[in-house]
Design a protein around this ligand. Sequence first.
Ligand SMILES: *Cc1c(COP(=O)(O)O)cnc(C)c1O
Length: 397
Amino acid sequence: MSNKMINHVESVLAEIREQGLYKQERPLESPQDASVHAQNWDDDLINLCANNYLGLASHPELIAAAHRGLDSHGFGMASVRFICGTQDIHKTLERKLAEFVKMDDAILFSSCFDANGGVFEVLLDDNDAVISDSLNHASIIDGIRLCKARRLRYANNDMDDLEAQLRAAADARFRLVVTDGVFSMDGTFANLPEICELAEIHDALVMVDDSHAIGFVGERGAGTPDMHGVEGRVQITSGTFGKALGGASGGYITGPQAFIDLLRQRARPYLFSNSLAPSIVTATLAAIELIEQSSSLRHKLAQNTSYFRERIGAAGFEVIPGEHPIVPIMTGDAVLAQQLASELMRHGVYVTAFSFPVVPKGMARVRTQMSAAHSREQLDLAIDAFSRVGKQLGMIS
Ligand SMILES: *Cc1c(COP(=O)(O)O)cnc(C)c1O
């Protein structure tokens, strides 16, 4: 074989490195938790970059539920759902989830990436239009690419632009507006009340990806439709089990019975990919039950979030305001964001820097994420580290 292609790929890699965009993985030697132990690193790190919002990733009740699932239903399914990969627990989880978010039914996927990858192609064709927020998750963008519907985009949370796009697609048979419930880089909420209202005026459907909300946003923890009081006005939701609901893996779509029935017949990632592992199913069920039984983890998370937001703002940092446990600390400059993250690590705090192309140019940041698992002491230590490093880097005085 000629080395031409390998040489080409190596030059692409070199380019990524030169641009400072090469992502290094840092192996952890501990479970995912409020603090973690990183390989080749002496002290434990306070972890401010997991999607472990409720602290369920290593919660004893979920671990016990996973063990029980392993014992009663085995390790793997070795089948897709429709051949011999559906167990009673898969049906139980689908029912439980649908009831939790007050929808007709739910269908499980290996990930929310797969759920979003499969949903549009099944429900829409070239007679239709899909109207998508410009900050939507990559999996929504890819899912839309896989379907033949006309694609329109509106500026992030811009309701005038959304209405303009709804008008521009007035001749479509069906129009579907799709948005993330929470925008993951900013920690801001989609304006669901107005989106639903515009959709109703223009006879369009609404789909919400609630990956950064399911389990902890809203009075019942049922996500952004719960928070905004628009349950029943959103026709389709997607979400992940890989964040607040234990953080293992798996995703879902919920919606009207006919939509879910058709997805079981036609969604390609559902038909051609393996069934969710039993231990994940039983532990995810336990997560939803825990959330239904008690609001204490949600309240702890909300308290931690407002405490951290208030203190980090008072220390002089520029924070994107809001209420979500995603708390972006703005540096503007990409190099400064990198420096802030690496210095914080030396001060015992694990955070991640984000810069272009993940966020717009000049909007680099360190994104912190709160968890119900963080103690007040851990948050104080983190805020103290931010203050010291911020002064050292000239970000605050
Ligand atoms: C994390 C995330 C996903 C992907 O979920 P996985 O289950 O990890 O594939 C999809 N959409 C949004 C909005 C997300 O935040």
